[in-house]
Design a protein around this ligand. Structure first.
Ligand SMILES: C[S@@+](CC[C@H](N)C(=O)[O-])C[C@H]1O[C@@H](n2cnc3c(N)ncnc32)[C@H](O)[C@@H]1O
Length: 225
């Protein structure tokens, strides 16, 4: 992408353009708005001058000193969740080689954001060496896995995660995925799904309760819990 910064008296406005959009922008501005355009590259400096009569002159000058290419904008964004972990493929969020599927991008962003929020709250809380977490109305388990993955990677504590879901077919499916992940030698020994309603779920230990988009009265039940 090409980044344009438009400078106004009291603010700057930044827009990103693809190569063809960028050319369109330049064409719409030169020479009507700008008669002098400079392009600096690592090997040459190019200047376009348009005279008052509209005659263009292009001047190219090779760069003498060595210029380094600035790749700082190309850095991969640090993600809280690693999409190459096997559960993401098995849960249907990524392709086999760990690329987030186009129609799952929104869900992936959503769970990353949720993990960030939960982490912010948990960092302000003191826990024992084991943290017991229940995800109420866990559904397909995206958030359950996301938080489990994050906490087991970033917290120096034993994380025990239970997804509570009323639909038995989902619980069987996800526990099956957990079993499959055990073969990949990934850390999934303390995550488990139970078929139960939020109201009737009675864990022996509970430190953190999460519930995202729990439908019907499930959000209320989770808050009431
Ligand atoms: C909209 S889904 C959300 C799934 C997941 N939390 C997410 O955000 O991706 C809500 C889930 O809560 C489950 N659910 C609804 N009421 C429940 C209850 N009383 N007890 C347990 N699960 C419930 C539904 O079966 C459904 O899978």
């Amino acid at each position: 992408m090409y980044q344009f910064t438009y400078r106004f008296e009291r603010r700057d406005e930044t827009k990103n353009f693809t190569a063809s959009q960028m050319m369109e922008q330049v064409r719409s501005m030169v020479p009507e708005k700008f008669q002098n355009v400079s392009l600096f590259t690592i090997s040459e400096d190019v200047t376009l001058l348009v005279s008052k009569k509209g005659k263009p002159t292009l001047m190219c000058k090779a760069v003498k000193e060595q210029r380094e290419q600035d790749l700082s904008h190309d850095h991969e964004k640090q993600r809280l969740i690693d999409p190459t972990k096997p559960w993401w493929f098995l849960l249907g969020l990524t392709s086999r080689d760990g690329k987030v599927l186009a129609d799952m991008q929104h869900k992936f962003k959503q769970i990353c954001k949720y993990v960030e929020i939960v982490d912010g709250v948990m960092r302000q809380t003191k826990f024992d060496n084991e943290i017991h977490i229940a995800d109420m109305g866990a559904g397909k388990g995206y958030l359950t896995f996301a938080l489990y993955e994050y906490l087991t990677t970033h917290y120096d504590k034993k994380i025990v995660m239970e997804g509570v879901e009323i639909r038995p077919e989902l619980v069987v499916k996800i526990n099956d995925i957990i079993e499959k992940c055990k073969d990949t030698r990934q850390c999934v020994s303390t995550i488990h799904f139970v078929q139960n309603s939020i109201e009737e779920y009675k864990p022996s230990n509970l430190d953190v309760l999460i519930a995202l988009h729990a439908c019907d009265t499930a959000t209320d039940d989770a808050i009431l819990y």
